[in-house]
Design a protein around this ligand. Structure first.
Ligand code: ADP
Length: 569
């Protein structure tokens, strides 16, 4: 019966565990769970990724513009001045074009001297240049002074005209820079310009820059990043996914919805589809947009994976916590039970010691008084004294053995032994007691059992323990059978009874130290709960094991298996 104190201990333990460990841990897990849920609900991961994408796109747009401006400014620096002769002007313009395959043509408009258009010979015919010249003349003739006025107001005297334009090869996106020379020509409208080759933009300019941006973006090395000018702009979240490669696209901003498949340029891993985030470009590439996405995945998929992983981690944590809790509870339970068993043991053992001692004393005193006259009676008393002292020494031996085993100091003395004879002798010394208690003893010892190396005393003690148990735990069916036989290379020693038996769930536990079953007969019978744990220790030390087969109410059979091969000492 479990005492009230035990339930109190258990309750206190559960309370402590609950308050100190489970409650905080559960709160943490719950808060995290809610947090992940809110991230999932508000699509925060996607938002972060999209914010990162915006960064990358704005950097790319700056780079694109910066490069186009730089090329244009360089060309502008090479433009002829007022004092140059006509030939010199042509030569200088020609030089700009031939040095720069990015331009289809450059031009110089002078309100006084007219227009000069210098084509890139490989990509623009004289005729087309002539047509362009006419167009510029008309345009600047009308708007030249106004444009110059506008350009003067700007920090950089460059403006851009961009859009679809008809070229002999078809309609293409063209961007043209128009600039003035405020330091060179003050008195009249003089405008210069360079027009970017659509083919060059498409095949070289955009692809190169996009590749450069996408390959740079995913380096996680901060030094490299800052060397590339990404230090402050580089959002940390993108860097944290170094395995996710980016893909970028440049496309006509208005055409995207109707013609998403006609990009101007894409990076190698684009693979079709729409961008996740897009960014409309300003001068010099007005009318175009930049788009970005992950290669082979989407922000949504990454978010989903992240949320899933977070839930999984929280789940595993919860399971681990519950598992740990159950284990702790069980182990404490075990300790509490062990403590109970120990205290039972102490009271059982003291009782066990007291009873034989009292009997011995009683019979010895009676004999001493000399009142017993018949020899028969005397013999009976002597035998009682002997039996009780034997019981006493068996108990003390068990306790001593047990304490040696607990201290790890139990040693066995293995010697070549005729085990059949050992079993017979042990039974003989108990036969009287067995028969006295009204038990029928069946003894089957096979002939030809080879001798084995065993610790004689230990094996005898194991047998005595099993026989004693059979005597103790039998009701009206007083039957005891001991069998010794060989089964291949294993020697089997069986002790069976037709006693109270053992419930299935208790069969493995009876070999634990101090363990006693819940049967009322067991409670009324004194015992220490040590016998079977000793039996198991002894057989295992011999390289064997002990098993029980039992049916409650029908009896039990304990079988020791000892290998015939010599155990290592
Ligand atoms: P003890 O007999 O001193 O209580 P043991 O270790 O020898 O300790 O046995 C442990 C328990 O196993 C016993 O208390 C009893 O409940 C059960 N048991 C052992 N042998 C038998 C048996 N032959 N029949 C029924 N129950 C048994």
């Amino acid at each position: 019966m479990k005492s009230k104190r035990e339930s109190n201990t258990r309750f206190r333990l559960v309370l402590t565990l609950g308050l100190a460990v489970v409650l905080p841990a559960l709160t943490l897990i719950f808060v995290n769970f809610q947090h992940v849920k809110s991230i999932q609900r508000d699509k925060k991961v996607e938002a972060l990724i999209h914010r990162d994408f915006q960064y990358v796109l704005s950097i790319s747009a700056k780079k694109l513009a910066g490069k186009a401006f730089a090329m244009t400014e360089k060309a502008r620096e090479g433009f002829p001045s007022e004092n140059d002769s006509d030939d010199e002007k042509r030569r200088k313009l020609d030089q700009i074009v031939s040095n720069n395959p990015a331009f289809t043509h450059v031009f110089l408009f002078d309100a006084k001297k007219g227009i000069v258009v210098q084509p890139q010979r490989a990509t623009m015919s004289e005729k087309e240049a002539g047509d362009m010249g006419k167009m510029y003349s008309t345009w600047f003739g009308l708007e030249g002074p106004y444009l110059c006025e506008q350009l003067r107001k700007k920090s950089k005297p460059i403006m851009w005209y961009a859009g679809e334009s008809d070229r002999p090869s078809g309609t293409a996106y063209v961007t043209t820079a128009i600039f003035s020379f405020p330091d060179l020509y003050r008195d009249r409208a003089v405008l210069g310009g360079v027009s970017f080759d659509p083919k060059y933009l498409k095949q070289t300019f955009f692809p190169e820059l996009l590749e450069e941006v996408t390959s740079q973006t995913f380096t996680s090395d901060p030094e490299q990043l800052s060397a590339q000018g990404f230090h402050e702009l580089m959002p940390t979240e993108v860097i944290e996914h170094p395995d996710q490669r980016l893909a970028m696209i440049v496309y006509p901003a208005d055409a995207l919805k109707s013609e998403p498949d006609r990009p101007l340029a894409t990076t190698a891993g684009w693979g079709g589809g729409k961008p996740e985030v897009s960014y409309k470009l300003d001068d010099p590439f007005r009318g175009l947009a930049l788009g970005i996405k992950f290669q082979g995945t989407t922000a949504e998929a990454i978010s989903r994976r992240w949320v899933w992983q977070s839930f999984l981690i929280l789940g595993v944590l919860s399971v681990l916590m519950i598992g740990g809790l159950v284990l702790t509870y069980r182990s404490v339970n075990k300790q509490v039970a062990l403590a109970r068993l120990k205290s039972d043991f102490v009271s059982n053992v003291s009782h066990e010691l007291r009873t034989p001692l009292a009997l011995i004393r009683l019979y010895a005193e009676t004999l001493e008084l000399g009142r017993i006259t018949t020899q028969e009676k005397k013999n009976e008393y002597y035998s009682i004294i002997r039996k009780e002292s034997e019981r006493l020494s068996a108990l003390i031996n068990n306790i001593l053995d047990f304490s040696r085993i607990e201290a790890g100091a139990k040693e066995y003395d293995f010697r070549e032994t005729d085990i059949a004879e050992l079993v017979r002798n042990t039974l003989d010394s108990y036969r009287y007691q067995i028969e006295q208690q009204g038990f029928a003893l069946e003894e089957h010892i096979d002939s030809g059992i080879p001798s084995v190396k065993v610790d004689r005393e230990a094996i005898a003690r194991a047998l005595v323990n099993l026989v004693n148990n059979a005597l103790k735990y039998s009701g009206n069916e007083k039957f005891l059978a001991v069998r010794l036989y060989r089964e291949q290379s294993v020697l089997k020693l069986e002790v069976s009874d037709r006693g109270i038996g053992i419930e299935r769930h208790e069969q493995s536990r009876i070999f634990e130290k101090f363990y006693r079953t819940c049967d009322p007969l067991v409670h009324n019978t004194k015992g220490s709960g040590l016998g079977l744990s000793l039996v198991r220790h002894i057989t295992r030390a011999h390289g064997g094991d002990v098993e029980v087969e039992s049916t409650p109410g029908r009896g039990s059979k304990f079988t020791l298996s000892l290998p015939l091969a010599t155990p290592s000492t």
